[in-house]
Each structure stands twice: as C-alpha cells, then as structure tokens.
Design a protein around this ligand. Structure first.
Ligand SMILES: Nc1ncnc2c1ncn2[C@@H]1O[C@H](COP(=O)(O)OP(=O)(O)O)[C@@H](O)[C@H]1O
Ligand SMILES: [Mg+2]
Length: 350
C-alpha cells in the first residue's frame, strides 16, 4: 500500500493591490519550496496530493482524504490563520504533521506566547501591546524598544526603523504598524546581545539541531542590529547572498546547554509537535530570552536562500529530503502509522 500524503500550503503571490504592503505575502511559500517537499516525500515512497490552502481546502481534503497531511500552510487570513488547516483536519479525522490549532494560534500571537512562557518561568522580553497609537507607554519599559506587528512572522512589518530609541520614533512606528498591518503593535524591550535560532525535531524528547547564530554585525553598516525584513529578504538574495548565519554557533559549552535547555522547555510548555524553531536573544546580562516560537518554520530548500531550519539540519548532516521525511516520520510515529512508510532510509531521527 502506498502512503497518500496531502501537502497543504499557501503560495506567494505578487502584491498588485496598492493598498497592501510589499511584504504582504512574505510568509507564504514559493512553488519551488512546495515542489521540493513533494519531491522529498515521493523519494520516501509516498504519493503526494498537493492541496492549496484556499477557501476550497476543506472540500478538497474531504474529497481526497489523504492518510496524512504534511502541513506548511500559513493560513489565508485572520488572527488564528495558522490553525485553520489543522482544525479542518482535526474535524475530518485526518492526521497531520506539526502542532495543533491551539499551539499554532498561541505562537502566532507574540504577546500570548510571552504570557505563557513567563507563567512557566521561561525568560522573554518585557512587552506592551498597543491597540491604538496614542496609548501611554508603561513605566516598566525602557528604551531602546522594538516595535512589531502582534500577529506576523518572516519579519513582516519589522524594518531597521523598528528599533526605536525615543518617544517620537516609538509613536511613528506604532502608528505605521497599526495602520499598515491592521492589527495591534507589540512593543518589546530591545535585547542587545547575540541572537540565536534553535531548531527542534521530535516529540517527547525532541532533538535539538545545531544552534544557528544570526551575526547581526554582518549587516550593512548603518542598519539597526535586528533581523529585519530588509535583512531577510532585501539585502540577502540567492543571487547576492549575505552570509549572516554561523552554524553551529561558536559559543561556550555552558551557554550552549542553557540555550538547548530553554529550547526544549519552550517546546514542551507550548505543546509543540514534530518540528519547531525558537528565536532567542541574550539580554544585557547575557541571559537568553525567547523572542518568539515558530511551529511552522520556513523550509526553503535552496541553501543560498538562508532558511534557518534547513540550515541547521544541513549542519547536522541531513539532506533536504531527509529533513522532510524525518518530520513526516515524527508525525507518523505519533499516530502509530510508521508501518505505512516506505522511506525509512531517509529518516535521520528514529
Ligand atoms: N525584543 C527584541 N530585542 C531584540 N531584537 C528583537 C526583539 N524582537 C525582535 N527582534 C529582532 O527582530 C527579528 C524579528 O523578530 P521576531 O520576533 O523573530 O519576528 P518574526 O516572527 O517576524 O521573525 C528578530 O530576529 C530580532 O533580530
Ligand atoms: Mg523570528
């Protein structure tokens, strides 16, 4: 019997509507990523059914009823958009890779994530949510601050100007975020130390992949030391790569262990499944604080595109096909469906 795997995704489109910001589709995937995942799954002996996660997704899933879905859909719209496909799959009783609707919805909301983490003793930056531009800044927060849209990823709405050092630029940036992205802004204390991102694969005892350092001192001079939209998508292109990653990060053993421990604890507290990537930065005391949690991490196959999780997997000796099949395998194992998979030679974490 051949395992029938549905592949759910949202495709990047060109921004044509003048009312939309240029980074509107930043979180969606290119066809090349969808095709690379499909090809990896086929090499693992699966039959792949591509299902674009549009408004007809439910009908398609119901009609095709795959044995399992490999989900990378970021969701069309709304504040729980990443949960939509998993919620439909749950309703239809179809297994799927990755986290459940609750985890995806919490992690998309950066303030909610901080609240859950701090309730569980995991350090994250002090923050305040602004629903309106004129709200008073809490006396608990000290400049410099970072202003971000509350419910985005891929550095959408995060520019060099998002690092603000005074009240006037804070107001300007908060107004811009609220107006452009039609959602609240989260304002956080700026963590001035080194930045790391940590990939994990698995479930009960997730395996931590080699830590990636984002070397912000390699940004063009004059840029704010943040991994902004410009840094991810404008100054770094496959044609003209900006070598900003160091993987494995060159760090002392005790810091490495501390980062790994925080990553595993964060993964467990938020009930992440199969795969996740956690962004962290050191505060002024050198303590790692969790900036955000990505239960649907980017999976761009081209090494020149600098996609963090594939980069970490490569450093661990995985090919791209092995990364994809290993993620699928973790989900199959959770559902007790391992027996159906013919690509065990591509599984790197049993
Ligand atoms: N509180 C903060 N302190 C320091 N840098 C930050 C902070 N918040 C965000 N950044 C910078 O902005 C980048 C993007 O922010 P992040 O919260 O990871 O959003 P996204 O979901 O868009 O990746 C981070 O990689 C980091 O460089
Ligand atoms: Mg991030």
């Amino acid at each position: 019997m051949t395992l029938r795997v549905g592949l759910t995704y949202n495709l990047k489109r060109k921004v044509e509507d003048d009312g939309l910001p240029e980074d509107f589709y930043a979180e969606f995937d290119d066809e090349s990523t969808v095709n690379a995942i499909a090809s990896a799954l086929r090499k693992g002996g699966c039959r792949v059914i591509k299902i674009e996660a549009d408004e007809d997704a439910y009908a398609k899933l119901r009609r095709y009823r795959p044995d399992i879905v490999f989900n990378i859909a970021e969701g069309l719209r709304g504040e729980s958009r990443e949960s939509h496909i998993p919620a439909m799959l749950e309703m239809l009783g179809i297994p799927y890779t990755g986290s459940n609707p609750a985890t995806l919805a919490i992690c998309l909301d950066k303030a909610m994530t901080h609240k859950v983490l701090s309730a569980c003793g995991i350090p994250s930056p002090k923050f305040q949510v602004f629903k309106r531009p004129g709200e008073e800044l809490s006396g608990e927060l000290n400049f410099p601050l970072v202003v971000k849209p509350l419910l985005e990823g891929s550095s959408k709405g995060i520019r060099s100007s998002s690092l603000v050092k005074d009240e006037e630029s804070l107001r300007r940036q908060v107004s811009w975020v609220i107006k452009t992205y039609r959602q609240p802004a989260i304002v956080e204390e700026f963590m001035p130390g080194r930045e790391f991102t940590v990939g994990l694969i698995g479930n009960e005892e997730p395996v931590v992949l080699p830590i990636v350092e984002i070397c912000l001192e390699r940004l063009p001079s004059g840029a704010s030391p943040i991994y902004s939209y410009e840094a991810k998508w404008v100054w770094d292109t496959p044609e003209n790569p900006l070598e900003i990653f160091e993987c494995p990060a060159k760090i002392p053993g005790d810091l490495k262990r501390e980062i790994e421990e925080i990553a595993i604890k964060t993964f467990k507290v938020l009930n992440c499944r199969d795969v996740c990537r956690i962004d962290m930065r050191l505060d002024s005391e050198g303590v790692p604080r969790v900036l955000e949690v990505n239960p649907l991490p980017g999976l761009i196959p081209d090494p020149k595109a600098h996609s963090c999780l594939p980069e970490a997997a490569r450093a661990a000796g995985f090919t791209y096909d092995e990364l994809i099949c290993t993620i699928l395998w973790q989900a199959l194992k959770r559902y007790g469906l391992q027996g159906l998979f013919k690509g065990k030679h591509l599984v790197k974490i049993p």
